[in-house]
Design a protein. Structure first.
Length: 389
């Protein structure tokens, strides 16, 4: 695979730090990842507007944009936009068909690079990862994050935006505000001031429906959540998420399992040998994945506060749904119920253009909490199989 061939510079390898809740997290977000992979392999595209997706000139297509360079985004083009609309908005753009095996290979190289800076790297998607820097000074955290950014650029030819904070959610938000190609450090004492003017949609986990509920309650910015009545906010988004939002808005993000050595999320997925257009088969697969994931979490002693389902359609576009639960749950029963609802909603309302068919399905849980004592539910008393008479 073509690309920069320089020898990698010596990285600052951090020793294994104690797992300190006040440790620094560097949230690494690769900018316009698919486009960046293509530009680094084709230098002639460096200054050209680029869209990764099925080219409109190849004939009639109902595909969608997968990634667009920032100059194209300025024209109103975004991922999941129909190809015909994107071509109308950006007629000068160069279209490149996606090369998913290449993107996966490059992602592995990115993770290997990150692990030279810390042994604690959590990949969150193909183009995002959280790097635990440990309990070091703010200046040192900034220096290491800058070294990570420089290494990704010089070794792999990839630009990245990085947010640094003592909680992952703030680091994620900081990385979004640093785009493209920037570095933003948010010390603990500056969290509230940094977040206050931002729209509530800036908070990870706040999608269009949650944003609408918050807006209906009069909460347009993160700062307004700080003084939101707890009961009213709980009725809008559920008590668990309400507590997280209020704490975050006041500059005291709720400690996550990630900061104490545990996972922040778990998922299970399946890629079908051939695209599936039978909803019954799709829903059976979702139920099986949710059951396996719920049982694994139960054995490990984890409870969850949010459930998500994602489909990758036959044209490689992606649709997802995430729901924050009214209270944390455990075991497979609640997970199967919520995953089933989300899967049906996706099938009915989140379809890709063209005949619906799914390539990959994923079930995910977030906001994990270590279980102190197992809850007992009526499902525990259900017979394992048919009774024998």
């Amino acid at each position: 695979m073509p690309g920069p061939s320089r020898s990698p510079p010596a990285a600052t390898l951090l020793p294994l730090p104690p797992r300190d809740p006040a440790g620094w997290i560097a949230y690494v977000d690769l900018d316009a990842y698919y486009v960046s992979c293509e530009r680094r392999d084709r230098p002639e595209l460096a200054d050209r507007p680029v869209i990764v997706g099925p080219p409109p000139g190849a004939g009639p297509t109902r595909g969608v944009v997968l990634s667009a360079s920032y100059d194209v985004r300025a024209l109103g083009v975004h991922s999941a936009m129909p190809v015909a609309e994107a071509a109308r908005r950006a007629p000068e753009a160069v279209w490149i068909p996606p090369d998913f095996p290449k993107y996966e290979r490059v992602a592995e190289a990115v993770r290997a690079c990150l692990r030279r800076f810390s042994p604690h790297v959590e990949p969150l998607s193909i183009d995002e990862a959280a790097v635990d820097l440990g309990a070091i000074s703010a200046d040192r955290a900034r220096t290491v994050a800058a070294e990570i950014q420089a290494a990704l650029r010089s070794e792999l030819g990839l630009p990245a935006s990085i947010g640094v904070a003592t909680s992952r959610v703030v680091a994620k938000i900081a990385s979004d505000r640093a785009k493209p190609g920037g570095l933003r450090v948010v010390p603990p004492e500056e969290v509230a001031a940094f977040l206050a003017p931002l729209p509530v949609r800036a908070i990870p986990g706040v999608g269009p429906k949650t944003e609408a509920r918050l807006t209906a309650g009069g909460w347009l910015t993160v700062g307004q959540l700080a003084s939101a009545p707890e009961g009213a906010l709980a009725r809008a988004v559920g008590p668990s998420f309400a507590r997280e939002l209020r704490a975050l808005a006041r500059g005291h993000p709720v400690a996550t399992p990630h900061s104490s050595g545990g996972p922040s999320s778990r998922s299970a997925d399946r890629t079908f040998p051939t695209d599936v257009d039978d909803p019954a088969e799709l829903f059976r697969t979702v139920d099986r994945l949710a059951t396996e994931l719920g049982e694994a979490l139960d054995r490990s002693g984890w409870r969850y506060g949010a459930v998500g389902v994602a489909f990758r359609w036959a044209d490689f576009s992606r649709a997802s749904r995430l729901r924050t639960l009214p209270a944390v749950a455990e075991g497979p029963h609640a997970l199967c119920r919520e995953a089933g609802r989300l899967a049906r909603d996706l099938w009915e309302h989140g379809r890709a253009p063209g005949p619906p068919a799914v390539r990959t399905v994923s079930v995910r849980v977030e906001r994990l909490h270590r279980r102190a004592q197992r809850q007992v539910s009526l499902a525990d008393f259900a017979p394992a199989g048919p009774s024998v008479k």
